[in-house]
Design a protein around this ligand. Structure first.
Ligand code: SF4
Ligand code: SF4
Length: 338
């Protein structure tokens, strides 16, 4: 990434962070799904299929316009595998035209020099690739050995920030792989993060001593900003619940391929309201609602967004909110009272 592009991005980020601290009434980050289809089939994933069609560009643009009108700062395109969408460049270009930061989450398989240059031109600003292991196995083919050539292309041609995420815990066979992935990322000039994941059965178990050692080593090699923002991971690594305020449905939005707003990729179905009908009343309700799944949540980006408001506006359980509404108080009045 050129130094001038990097500085411009940092200045834009700083201005979005100040705006988010000054006002809590706009989304900070939205994940938008332009197609559910993926070329892979990772064993732990519930976010893909092999048959769905790409969503029309005009429909995606109208969703982006609505996000811009709500005041959203960052839009990250995710999937499935979003690089399979034939009009991805136009999607990214539209995010930039509407003044938002453009990010992409990909499995890395489709990066060629030509494709990277087109993404530069479209205005992509952030890319994240998660690499699960060094050698492909029956659970994941997001593997360093398979992707190394793609990473070299990115290092040479990308004019956007690249972050490589590795994972630890959750029964990942070789925790040392996370270290190998992080080392290679740093060697190629990328930032690196590490995700702590739940055990296969979804329970929160402490990492083993070996996993904890590797986790700390990878964290030290990583992006210092991310390490500062991801202190929740230390509790998760110890198998302990973490106390925070998840602002999903408000400051963070997950927009599925059908255009519905959900809390996040792991809590799809609620609120399930079409984005075009999403109002600030919905935003305020979700901002105020305590999420039952928060103590064991491992979704890094939603935690990071949550930090902006953790110090203000305590949340209420859905039952408390329903009770107050039954007693004649609107959500707006309750927020006013706060
Ligand atoms: S590459 Fe990503 S979306 Fe595709 S199956 Fe794997 S985790 Fe799921
Ligand atoms: S706490 Fe985590 S899992 Fe629950 S809604 Fe928030 S982001 Fe999703």
């Amino acid at each position: 990434m050129k130094k001038t592009t990097f500085l411009k991005l940092k200045m834009r980020e700083a201005s979005f962070i100040s705006r988010a601290l000054l006002s809590s009434r706009h989304p900070v980050l939205a994940h938008l799904i332009p197609m559910r289809r993926c070329n892979l089939a990772c064993g732990y994933c519930n976010e893909y299929d092999h048959t769905s069609k790409p969503i029309d560009l005009a429909i995606i643009k109208s969703r982006l316009d609505k996000l811009a009108d709500l005041g959203t700062s960052i839009v990250t395109i995710s999937g499935g595998e979003p690089m399979m969408h034939p009009e991805l460049d136009q999607v990214i270009h539209h995010i930039r035209q509407r003044g938002m930061i453009a990010g992409l989450i990909s499995n890395g398989y489709y990066f060629t020099p030509e494709r990277i240059k087109r993404l530069n031109k479209a205005g992509l600003e952030y890319l994240q690739i998660s690499i699960d292991n060094v050698e492909p196995d029956e659970v994941s083919r997001k593997s360093l050995r398979v992707l190394d050539k793609k990473l070299r292309y990115l290092s040479e041609y990308a004019d956007f920030h690249v972050n490589i995420n590795s994972v630890i815990g959750g029964g990942i066979k070789n925790p040392e792989d996370a270290l190998a992935v992080a080392r290679r990322a740093v060697e190629l000039g990328f930032s690196t993060t590490v995700g702590v994941i739940h055990d296969n059965d979804g329970t929160l178990k402490p990492l083993s001593k070996r996993e904890k050692d590797i986790f700390q080593q990878v964290k030290k090699m990583g992006n210092k900003d991310h390490a500062r923002l991801n202190w929740f991971q230390d509790s998760i690594a110890e198998g302990k619940p973490y106390n925070w305020r998840c602002r999903a449905g408000a400051r963070y939005l997950y927009i599925c391929e059908e255009g519905l707003v959900h809390w996040c990729s792991q809590q799809r179905g609620y609120p399930g309201i079409p984005l075009e009908q999403y109002t600030m009343e919905d935003f305020d309700r979700e901002y105020q609602t305590e999420k039952w799944c928060a103590p064991t949540c491992t979704l890094q980006c939603v935690h990071q967004v949550g930090i902006l408001d953790n110090w203000r506006d305590p949340q209420k359980t859905p039952a408390q909110l329903a009770e107050e509404q039954k007693n004649g108080k609107s959500v707006g009045e309750m927020i006013g009272a706060d």
